[in-house]
Ligand binder design. Sequence first.
Ligand code: NAP
Length: 243
Amino acid sequence: MFDHEGRIALVTGAGQGIGAGIAKCLSRDGATVVCADIAVDRATAVAATCGVSARAVALDVSDRAACDNLVDDLVAENGRIDVLVNNAGINRDAMLHKMTDEEWAAVLAVDLSGPFFLSRAVARVMRTQNSGRIINIASASWMGNIGQSNYAAAKAGVVGLSRTMSKELARYNITVNALCPGFIETSMTKSLPENIFAAQLDKIPLGRIGKPEDVGDLVSFLASERAGYITGEIINIGGGYQI
Ligand code: NAP
Protein backbone atom coordinates (compact mmCIF):
# COMPACT_ATOMS: atom_id res chain seq x y z
CA MET A 1 0.00 0.00 0.00
CA PHE A 2 2.89 2.37 0.88
CA ASP A 3 6.50 2.09 -0.14
CA HIS A 4 8.65 1.50 2.95
CA GLU A 5 11.29 -0.49 1.06
CA GLY A 6 14.69 -0.10 2.75
CA ARG A 7 13.28 1.68 5.79
CA ILE A 8 13.92 0.59 9.38
CA ALA A 9 10.95 0.75 11.78
CA LEU A 10 11.04 0.14 15.53
CA VAL A 11 7.68 -0.84 17.06
CA THR A 12 7.32 -1.27 20.83
CA GLY A 13 4.80 -3.61 22.42
CA ALA A 14 4.80 -5.52 19.13
CA GLY A 15 4.28 -8.94 20.72
CA GLN A 16 0.50 -8.80 20.47
CA GLY A 17 -2.52 -6.58 19.98
CA ILE A 18 -2.19 -3.20 18.26
CA GLY A 19 1.63 -3.39 18.15
CA ALA A 20 1.50 -6.71 16.30
CA GLY A 21 -1.02 -5.21 13.85
CA ILE A 22 1.26 -2.21 13.29
CA ALA A 23 4.32 -4.45 12.73
CA LYS A 24 2.41 -6.54 10.20
CA CYS A 25 1.14 -3.51 8.25
CA LEU A 26 4.58 -1.85 8.14
CA SER A 27 6.28 -5.06 6.99
CA ARG A 28 3.52 -5.75 4.43
CA ASP A 29 4.37 -2.29 3.02
CA GLY A 30 8.07 -3.11 2.77
CA ALA A 31 9.67 -1.90 6.01
CA THR A 32 12.27 -3.84 7.95
CA VAL A 33 10.53 -4.08 11.30
CA VAL A 34 12.14 -4.47 14.71
CA CYS A 35 9.51 -5.92 17.04
CA ALA A 36 10.33 -4.89 20.62
CA ASP A 37 8.41 -6.24 23.58
CA ILE A 38 8.90 -7.07 27.22
CA ALA A 39 7.63 -10.55 26.24
CA VAL A 40 10.30 -11.46 23.67
CA ASP A 41 8.79 -14.88 22.88
CA ARG A 42 5.62 -13.24 21.63
CA ALA A 43 7.61 -10.62 19.71
CA THR A 44 9.60 -13.42 18.07
CA ALA A 45 6.39 -15.09 16.92
CA VAL A 46 5.12 -11.81 15.45
CA ALA A 47 8.47 -11.06 13.76
CA ALA A 48 8.30 -14.50 12.10
CA THR A 49 5.15 -13.32 10.29
CA CYS A 50 6.79 -10.05 9.22
CA GLY A 51 9.23 -11.32 6.59
CA VAL A 52 12.84 -12.42 6.67
CA SER A 53 14.25 -9.02 7.52
CA ALA A 54 12.12 -8.57 10.67
CA ARG A 55 13.51 -9.38 14.06
CA ALA A 56 12.47 -9.39 17.69
CA VAL A 57 14.19 -7.77 20.65
CA ALA A 58 13.48 -7.86 24.37
CA LEU A 59 12.81 -4.37 25.68
CA ASP A 60 11.26 -2.86 28.77
CA VAL A 61 10.45 0.67 27.60
CA SER A 62 10.49 1.97 31.16
CA ASP A 63 14.22 1.10 31.37
CA ARG A 64 16.07 4.20 30.12
CA ALA A 65 19.43 2.45 29.66
CA ALA A 66 17.80 -0.41 27.72
CA CYS A 67 16.14 2.11 25.39
CA ASP A 68 19.43 3.92 24.77
CA ASN A 69 21.29 0.64 24.19
CA LEU A 70 18.71 -0.65 21.72
CA VAL A 71 18.86 2.55 19.67
CA ASP A 72 22.70 2.38 19.66
CA ASP A 73 22.52 -1.27 18.51
CA LEU A 74 20.07 -0.52 15.71
CA VAL A 75 22.20 2.35 14.43
CA ALA A 76 25.32 0.15 14.56
CA GLU A 77 23.51 -2.56 12.58
CA ASN A 78 21.49 -0.53 10.08
CA GLY A 79 23.06 2.93 10.08
CA ARG A 80 19.65 4.56 10.54
CA ILE A 81 16.17 4.47 12.11
CA ASP A 82 13.37 5.77 9.92
CA VAL A 83 10.24 5.10 11.98
CA LEU A 84 9.60 4.85 15.73
CA VAL A 85 6.19 3.69 16.92
CA ASN A 86 5.76 4.10 20.69
CA ASN A 87 2.95 1.62 21.21
CA ALA A 88 3.77 -0.35 24.38
CA GLY A 89 1.31 0.47 27.13
CA ILE A 90 -0.35 -0.96 30.20
CA ASN A 91 -3.35 -0.07 32.30
CA ARG A 92 -3.90 -0.57 36.02
CA ASP A 93 -7.42 0.79 36.46
CA ALA A 94 -8.82 1.86 39.83
CA MET A 95 -10.97 4.67 41.15
CA LEU A 96 -8.85 7.58 42.36
CA HIS A 97 -9.54 7.00 46.06
CA LYS A 98 -8.41 3.36 45.73
CA MET A 99 -5.47 3.80 43.37
CA THR A 100 -2.15 2.73 44.86
CA ASP A 101 1.18 4.50 44.39
CA GLU A 102 2.36 1.38 42.55
CA GLU A 103 -0.53 1.49 40.07
CA TRP A 104 0.11 5.17 39.43
CA ALA A 105 3.88 4.78 39.02
CA ALA A 106 3.72 1.65 36.85
CA VAL A 107 1.43 3.24 34.26
CA LEU A 108 3.37 6.52 34.16
CA ALA A 109 6.66 4.62 33.76
CA VAL A 110 5.55 2.49 30.80
CA ASP A 111 3.02 4.75 29.07
CA LEU A 112 4.77 8.13 29.41
CA SER A 113 8.42 7.70 30.41
CA GLY A 114 8.81 4.90 27.84
CA PRO A 115 7.84 7.07 24.85
CA PHE A 116 10.05 9.88 26.23
CA PHE A 117 13.14 7.65 26.62
CA LEU A 118 12.86 6.15 23.14
CA SER A 119 11.85 9.36 21.38
CA ARG A 120 14.81 11.21 22.90
CA ALA A 121 17.27 8.53 21.81
CA VAL A 122 15.77 8.16 18.32
CA ALA A 123 15.44 11.94 17.79
CA ARG A 124 19.24 12.25 18.15
CA VAL A 125 19.61 9.80 15.25
CA MET A 126 16.82 11.25 13.10
CA ARG A 127 18.18 14.78 13.49
CA THR A 128 21.47 13.71 11.91
CA GLN A 129 19.57 11.87 9.13
CA ASN A 130 17.40 14.94 8.56
CA SER A 131 14.38 12.65 8.29
CA GLY A 132 12.12 10.50 10.41
CA ARG A 133 8.66 9.60 11.60
CA ILE A 134 7.62 9.25 15.24
CA ILE A 135 4.12 7.91 15.90
CA ASN A 136 2.88 7.69 19.47
CA ILE A 137 -0.09 5.55 20.46
CA ALA A 138 -2.09 7.58 22.99
CA SER A 139 -5.75 6.79 23.71
CA ALA A 140 -9.23 8.25 23.64
CA SER A 141 -8.88 8.16 27.43
CA TRP A 142 -6.49 11.12 27.38
CA MET A 143 -9.58 13.31 27.54
CA GLY A 144 -10.45 11.76 30.92
CA ASN A 145 -12.05 8.45 31.83
CA ILE A 146 -13.49 7.14 35.09
CA GLY A 147 -11.18 4.66 36.81
CA GLN A 148 -8.19 5.65 34.69
CA SER A 149 -6.60 8.68 36.35
CA ASN A 150 -3.14 7.14 35.93
CA TYR A 151 -3.72 6.04 32.32
CA ALA A 152 -5.47 9.27 31.26
CA ALA A 153 -2.70 11.38 32.82
CA ALA A 154 -0.04 9.33 31.02
CA LYS A 155 -1.84 9.50 27.68
CA ALA A 156 -2.49 13.26 28.05
CA GLY A 157 1.25 13.49 28.71
CA VAL A 158 1.89 11.62 25.47
CA VAL A 159 -0.26 14.16 23.63
CA GLY A 160 1.75 17.06 25.09
CA LEU A 161 5.02 15.27 24.43
CA SER A 162 4.03 14.60 20.81
CA ARG A 163 2.97 18.16 20.10
CA THR A 164 6.15 19.56 21.65
CA MET A 165 8.38 17.12 19.79
CA SER A 166 6.61 17.98 16.54
CA LYS A 167 7.52 21.65 17.02
CA GLU A 168 11.13 20.93 18.02
CA LEU A 169 11.82 18.40 15.28
CA ALA A 170 9.99 19.85 12.27
CA ARG A 171 13.11 21.72 11.14
CA TYR A 172 14.88 18.36 10.83
CA ASN A 173 12.17 16.96 8.54
CA ILE A 174 10.88 14.72 11.33
CA THR A 175 7.13 14.42 11.81
CA VAL A 176 5.52 13.45 15.12
CA ASN A 177 1.88 12.49 15.52
CA ALA A 178 -0.22 10.90 18.24
CA LEU A 179 -3.00 8.41 17.53
CA CYS A 180 -5.95 7.94 19.85
CA PRO A 181 -7.52 4.52 19.32
CA GLY A 182 -11.05 4.12 20.62
CA PHE A 183 -12.01 0.52 21.36
CA ILE A 184 -9.77 -2.06 19.69
CA GLU A 185 -9.90 -5.84 20.01
CA THR A 186 -6.83 -6.81 22.06
CA SER A 187 -6.06 -8.47 25.39
CA MET A 188 -6.50 -5.03 26.99
CA THR A 189 -10.18 -4.93 25.97
CA LYS A 190 -10.95 -8.69 25.95
CA SER A 191 -10.46 -8.78 29.72
CA LEU A 192 -13.27 -6.25 30.34
CA PRO A 193 -16.46 -7.44 32.08
CA GLU A 194 -19.21 -8.32 29.56
CA ASN A 195 -21.48 -5.37 30.44
CA ILE A 196 -18.65 -2.83 30.07
CA PHE A 197 -17.57 -4.41 26.76
CA ALA A 198 -21.16 -4.12 25.45
CA ALA A 199 -21.46 -0.51 26.63
CA GLN A 200 -18.23 0.40 24.81
CA LEU A 201 -19.43 -1.30 21.63
CA ASP A 202 -22.65 0.71 21.84
CA LYS A 203 -20.59 3.93 21.61
CA ILE A 204 -19.17 3.06 18.16
CA PRO A 205 -21.23 4.51 15.28
CA LEU A 206 -19.55 2.20 12.76
CA GLY A 207 -20.96 -0.67 14.81
CA ARG A 208 -17.90 -2.85 15.33
CA ILE A 209 -14.87 -3.05 17.55
CA GLY A 210 -11.64 -1.93 15.87
CA LYS A 211 -9.00 -4.36 14.63
CA PRO A 212 -5.27 -3.86 15.32
CA GLU A 213 -4.79 -3.58 11.56
CA ASP A 214 -7.17 -0.58 11.45
CA VAL A 215 -4.55 1.23 13.54
CA GLY A 216 -1.69 -0.41 11.62
CA ASP A 217 -2.91 0.95 8.27
CA LEU A 218 -3.04 4.49 9.66
CA VAL A 219 0.45 4.11 11.13
CA SER A 220 1.78 2.88 7.79
CA PHE A 221 0.30 5.93 6.05
CA LEU A 222 1.74 8.35 8.62
CA ALA A 223 5.11 6.62 8.33
CA SER A 224 5.11 7.05 4.55
CA GLU A 225 6.51 9.80 2.35
CA ARG A 226 2.92 10.69 1.42
CA ALA A 227 2.26 11.90 4.98
CA GLY A 228 5.21 14.31 4.99
CA TYR A 229 3.04 17.39 5.59
CA ILE A 230 1.21 16.00 8.63
CA THR A 231 2.77 16.74 12.01
CA GLY A 232 1.68 17.62 15.52
CA GLU A 233 -1.71 16.04 14.99
CA ILE A 234 -3.80 14.13 17.49
CA ILE A 235 -5.74 11.68 15.34
CA ASN A 236 -8.71 9.70 16.59
CA ILE A 237 -9.18 6.20 15.22
CA GLY A 238 -12.26 4.63 16.72
CA GLY A 239 -15.03 4.11 14.17
CA GLY A 240 -16.60 7.32 15.47
CA TYR A 241 -16.16 6.41 19.16
CA GLN A 242 -14.88 9.92 19.91
CA ILE A 243 -17.61 11.88 18.05
P1 NAP B 1 -1.79 -5.30 24.73
O1 NAP B 1 -2.62 -6.25 23.93
O2 NAP B 1 -1.73 -5.47 26.21
O3 NAP B 1 -0.31 -5.31 24.12
C1 NAP B 1 0.69 -4.48 24.65
C2 NAP B 1 2.03 -5.18 24.54
O4 NAP B 1 3.03 -4.33 25.16
C3 NAP B 1 2.07 -6.51 25.29
O5 NAP B 1 2.80 -7.48 24.57
C4 NAP B 1 2.76 -6.12 26.59
O6 NAP B 1 3.38 -7.20 27.27
C5 NAP B 1 3.78 -5.13 26.07
N1 NAP B 1 4.37 -4.35 27.14
C6 NAP B 1 3.83 -4.08 28.37
N2 NAP B 1 4.70 -3.39 29.11
C7 NAP B 1 5.82 -3.22 28.35
C8 NAP B 1 7.07 -2.59 28.59
N3 NAP B 1 7.36 -2.03 29.76
N4 NAP B 1 7.97 -2.58 27.59
C9 NAP B 1 7.70 -3.17 26.41
N5 NAP B 1 6.55 -3.81 26.12
C10 NAP B 1 5.60 -3.82 27.10
O7 NAP B 1 -2.27 -3.79 24.50
P2 NAP B 1 -3.00 -3.11 23.23
O8 NAP B 1 -4.45 -3.09 23.52
O9 NAP B 1 -2.49 -3.69 21.97
O10 NAP B 1 -2.48 -1.61 23.41
C11 NAP B 1 -1.39 -1.07 22.66
C12 NAP B 1 -1.36 0.42 22.87
O11 NAP B 1 -2.60 0.98 22.42
C13 NAP B 1 -1.20 0.85 24.32
O12 NAP B 1 -0.39 2.00 24.39
C14 NAP B 1 -2.62 1.19 24.74
O13 NAP B 1 -2.64 2.12 25.79
C15 NAP B 1 -3.17 1.77 23.46
N6 NAP B 1 -4.62 1.74 23.33
C16 NAP B 1 -5.32 0.56 23.26
C17 NAP B 1 -6.70 0.59 23.10
C18 NAP B 1 -7.53 -0.66 22.96
O14 NAP B 1 -8.76 -0.54 22.81
N7 NAP B 1 -6.94 -1.85 22.97
C19 NAP B 1 -7.37 1.81 23.06
C20 NAP B 1 -6.63 2.98 23.17
C21 NAP B 1 -5.26 2.93 23.28
P3 NAP B 1 2.58 -7.86 28.54
O15 NAP B 1 1.33 -8.46 27.98
O16 NAP B 1 3.56 -8.86 29.06
O17 NAP B 1 2.29 -6.72 29.49
